[in-house]
Each structure stands twice: as C-alpha cells, then as structure tokens.
Design a protein. Structure first.
Length: 332
C-alpha cells in the first residue's frame, strides 16, 4: 500500500546576523544552512498494517508524513501510496487518504462539528445516505453524539480529537496518517482513542502510520515499528523483536528491605544496582535469564518487605537505540 524509496527532504534556512547592521548586510549577502529532515528513508507497508513511526522531536516524522500526503515535495527519492504519486496531488489520491495532525485543527473553530462534517461531505461528494451511515457509526464508536451541535472551541481536548478523527474518516480513506493523535489527552481519552483506532483498523483493514511519543499507543496498537533518528531510519521491524534485542534483553527488579538489617550498600553480582535514599528501595537491572538468581541472592541477604519484577520500559529501549546510534555516528 505504501512504498518509499530513498525519500529525502532538505530544508534551506537563512542565517541572519544579529543586530541592525546584520539586517543591512543580509540585504546584499545571505548565508544559508541546509538541514536534512529526512535522509534516504525507505520502507514498504502492506494493506491493513498498523505501523508505529517513532523518533525524537525533529527526527523527521512529520516531514515524512507530509511528503506522503503531498503537502511538501521531497528533495529526492520517491513514494507511492496505493499506486499514486503524492507529489502530483491528484483528486483520486486525495480521496484515498486522510491526515490527522494532533496539534492542528481541520474543523472550523466557531462552528459546531456537525456543520464541518456537512461541509466535508460536500467537498468529497459523499452521498447523503452513505454520509449518514458513516457518521452514525463513527459517532457511536467514539461516543460523541451529544456534542455534535456544540461549537468546536467549547469542546474539551479529548472531544475535539474525537471529532477530528470523525472528520478524517468520513470519506472512508484506505490510508490514515496519524501524527500525535493523543497528544495532551487525559488517560481516559487516550484509552478511548486507542480502542477506536484498534477496532477501526481491524474492521476495515485501513493502513495506518502512527507517530506518537506515548509508548502506550505504540505497544497497544502496533506490531511493527519504524524508528528514525536525525532523518535516518535506524530500525524497521517487529516491536517485540526490538524489545527483545541485545540492548534491551533486560528486566528490572525492585524490592524494599524488610528491616534495617538489610545492608544499605548491598550490590547484586548479576546486574546494575541502585538504591533510592529516600524510599530505601533497591533497583537491579539484569538480563531476564538471571532473574531467578538475583531473587535468590536478595532473599538470602536479608528479609524483604516487597519485590517487583518488570520489563524495561519501551521508552528506555528507544532511548538506548538513539544513544547507540549517536555513538556509532561519532568520528573515531
């Protein structure tokens, strides 16, 4: 459904010299700086896949989505979505996809959401019966029936995001680009949006490319992730393989000593050990295969009031991936 080959986008920015005379000099001679937001990115996504698109701020995620949407042109490389070239901006292609930007609105601020939906119906030429069926289904799934006639600016952030999703899906797109759709939402709203996206993807096999800084979104929705850093693709594969990779094949074991007889300077022989001086808790980061040995080591040292074993957070795994990539890119 999506084919990307060596996609590159370079932005050219003017470097202004500070002060009045700097502005005057800029009238005659200007220095420019080129920044590659995306560098030779290549990947393919099959129909119906739900793929996470990860990277730190400024990595090039939104730039890539905008190139796939035809909003900006690539400097080099090419992309095809369902056989279409996004740079041509054909009407047939624009009816095929939808782009939802979590930090930008497509709904009219001072109008009720239902009026924006009616306008979108006219823009896309959706038959009235089909429009009503689709709208009723989306409203039911997102539970916003009582808010359709409320002005968008009076909706909560979570309600507004749900309306944005409805607006994006009214024309039944085959491809959905989501850029931070849960940003700023409370836990309940995040859960509702995730549940809706999961069900919608399962029911209609819509191809979805999702960017998010909330790892809960990625873990609950995506089996595959693409990770980019400083414009370069550094990982493309299954999420569980990333979590089980060589740099993250570890678990965290946290325990609270039962009394003061437990040595404050205790250190495990099987992993990195830290102690929180305020709570008194010890944390041991160790490979999963030594969890039993570490547990026995702890229990043989002294009484324990509480013990917890958990996976390394996905956020830490991704951060380690960025750090290792930076280390590799440093000159020897």
């Amino acid at each position: 459904m999506i084919e990307v080959q060596n996609l590159t986008r370079v932005f050219r920015t003017y470097k202004k010299i500070p002060g009045f005379w700097g502005g005057v000099k800029g009238l005659f001679k200007r220095d420019f700086e080129e920044t590659a937001a995306a560098k030779d990115i290549s990947f393919t996504i099959a129909e119906g896949e739900f793929v996470g698109f990860l990277g730190p701020n400024g990595a090039g995620k939104t730039t890539t989505l905008k190139m796939l949407s035809g909003l900006i042109y690539p400097t080099s490389g090419q992309a095809r979505v369902a056989g279409y070239d996004p740079t041509k901006r054909e009407n047939a292609y624009r009816r095929l996809f939808a782009l939802v930007l979590g930090q930008k609105n497509q709904l009219w601020w001072d109008l009720p959401a239902i009026e924006s939906f009616q306008l979108l119906r006219a823009i896309y030429g959706i038959p009235h019966a089909e429009f009503k069926t689709t709208l009723d289904e989306l409203v039911l799934l997102l539970d916003v029936g009582k808010k359709l006639n409320v002005m968008v600016r009076e909706l909560s952030l979570g309600e507004r995001m749900k309306m944005e999703l409805i607006a994006a899906l009214l024309h039944r797109p085959r491809v959905l680009f989501l850029d931070e759709p849960t940003i700023g939402l409370d836990v309940i709203s995040q859960k509702a949006v995730r549940s809706f996206l999961r069900e919608y993807n399962r029911k209609y096999r819509v191809t979805i490319l999702l960017t998010s800084h909330y790892m809960a979104d990625i873990k609950e929705l995506c089996e595959r992730v693409i990770v980019i850093h400083k414009g370069n693709k550094i990982y493309d594969g299954a999420l569980d393989r990333l979590e089980a990779g060589s740099g993250s094949r570890k678990k965290i074991l946290t325990f609270l000593p039962g009394d003061t007889s437990f040595p404050e300077t205790w250190t495990s022989g099987h992993g990195e050990t830290k102690r929180d001086p305020e709570t008194g808790k010890f944390t041991v980061r160790t490979p999963s295969e030594t969890i039993v040995a570490v547990s026995q080591e702890i229990l043989s040292t002294g009484p324990v009031a509480d013990i917890t074993i958990e996976d390394v957070p996905l956020e830490d795994i991704i951060a380690e991936l960025f750090t290792s990539n930076d280390a590799k890119s440093q000159p020897a």
